[in-house]
Design a protein around this ligand. Structure first.
Ligand code: AMP
Length: 199
């Protein structure tokens, strides 16, 4: 399968990646793909579903090989059903890569062209947002403060290091503490700048 161009929406859990990702995909040609959403779409009674839940319910990362295998198969499925054209489309990846090892493992599948990082200054904002989302979406991993703490630790200890693997010139930092509309506007501006510079 040909490598597919991608931009990443990156940030801690609760930083607004999903919200801004959905808005960006609705207003641009980008195809939003969230590994969390892909994983939650797998039947919980299946072998893969049980494996995924055993990690996600504790706020831990799914092992790298399983993650990239499921992600790769999903992308291949989109290509094989003509929902994704590797020659034309650009993916907006949300939730992958989440470890330094994944940066290399996804290289045969996607070519990362740009990264939008949603920076949140205050951890309390994140915890409040996730607890609120738990009420709206019913996600169990948002409802338990201990699980939230684990996810934030995993972000700081493993996921944040992903950024060191990419050239700083392809990284745009966005203030994630602002209102959803402001965050969307800032990401859209950064995306437009990226598309202009890529020409
Ligand atoms: P999210 O919706 O992005 O917060 O992801 C929910 C959960 O799915 C995470 O807490 C992890 O258990 C798992 N997950 C999602 N993406 C990845 C990834 N790239 N690597 C490992 N685990 C992941």
């Amino acid at each position: 399968m040909a490598q597919i161009s991608a931009v990443l929406i990156f940030g801690a859990p609760g930083s607004g990646k999903g919200t801004v990702g959905a808005k960006l995909a609705a207003t641009t040609a980008l195809k939003h793909l969230s590994t969390g959403d892909i994983f939650r779409g797998i039947a919980p009674s299946s072998e893969s579903g049980k494996l995924l839940a055993s990690y996600s319910s504790k706020g831990l990362l799914v092992p790298d090989e399983a993650t990239v295998e499921i992600f790769g198969r999903y992308v291949e499925g989109l290509v094989n059903t003509n929902k994704l054209n590797p020659a034309k489309d650009t993916l907006l990846l949300d939730g992958i890569p989440r470890t330094v090892a994944q940066v290399d493992l996804i290289k045969p599948i996607v070519d990362v062209k740009h990264i939008f990082v949603l920076d949140i200054k205050d951890e309390a904002t994140i915890v409040a947002r996730l607890l609120n989302r738990a009420k709206i979406e019913g996600r169990k991993d948002d409802a338990d403060e201990n699980v939230i703490k684990n996810r934030l630790n995993v972000y700081k200890e493993s996921t944040a290091k992903v950024l060191e693997k990419y050239d700083p010139s392809i990284i745009s930092h966005i203030t994630g503490d602002n209102t959803p509309d402001e965050v969307f506007l800032d990401v859209l501006k950064a995306y437009v700048d990226f598309t202009k510079s890529a020409k």
